[in-house]
Design a protein around this ligand. Structure first.
Ligand SMILES: *[C@@H]1O[C@H](CO)[C@@H](O)[C@H](O)[C@H]1NC(C)=O
Length: 176
């Protein structure tokens, strides 16, 4: 005589097998990029301008409320002469009452190299006197569709007098 319990085995096994096969795997890809953003507020190669501020367009970025437009060169190497792969296009707004932080929101528009034609959307607080600050990567296009991630920003070079800076962006994103 067959043990009636044997008929319950498929009832248990089938859901378990179903769960094993459909359990979400790590389907995402992870990409790490190290980019250098050249942030030049003065000079012939100036790439940031002040749009508005408490004293109009002459207001320093170091004052709360100053709004700037950026079209900064992005390179793979630290050297300003190194191959440009894109532009950081968007804005900064000084968003801390004591003037020591800006809110940044811009697209990294890749114009050359591996990611040419794609963009990454960067957003976050830049407390620029802090050695390492973390920002968000909120989205992207092309190769970077559906991305999200984060980046760590460090100031590699700063000429505070002339407001010329070289920023390292170490970005980690996950996408499909
Ligand atoms: C980039 O950041 C990651 C952590 O997110 C770290 O492991 C890696 O060493 C950093 N790379 C560089 C070149 O700084």
């Amino acid at each position: 005589m067959t043990n009636p319990l044997i008929f319950t085995i498929p009832l248990i096994a089938i859901p378990i097998l179903y769960w094993v096969y459909t359990y979400p795997k790590n389907k995402y890809k992870q990409t790490n990029l190290v980019l250098y953003v050249h942030d030049y507020h003065t000079g012939d190669d100036k790439s940031v301008i002040t749009v508005a501020g408490k004293d109009g367009p002459t207001t320093s970025i170091l004052h709360f409320g100053t709004l700037l437009a950026t079209d900064n060169p992005v390179t793979l190497g630290l050297d300003p002469g190194s191959n440009e792969v894109g532009r950081a296009q968007g804005m900064y707004i000084n968003s801390q009452l004591d003037g020591k932080a800006v809110f940044m929101t811009f697209s990294i528009v890749f114009t050359d190299g591996e990611y040419k034609g794609s963009t990454l959307e960067i957003q976050g607080a830049d407390r620029f006197l802090v050695k390492e600050r973390e920002f968000s990567v909120v989205s992207g296009t092309g190769y970077f569709r559906f991305v999200r991630g984060y980046g760590i920003m460090t100031t590699e070079f700063l000429d505070l007098q002339n407001l010329r800076a070289l920023l390292k962006f170490n970005i980690t994103v996950r996408h499909y």
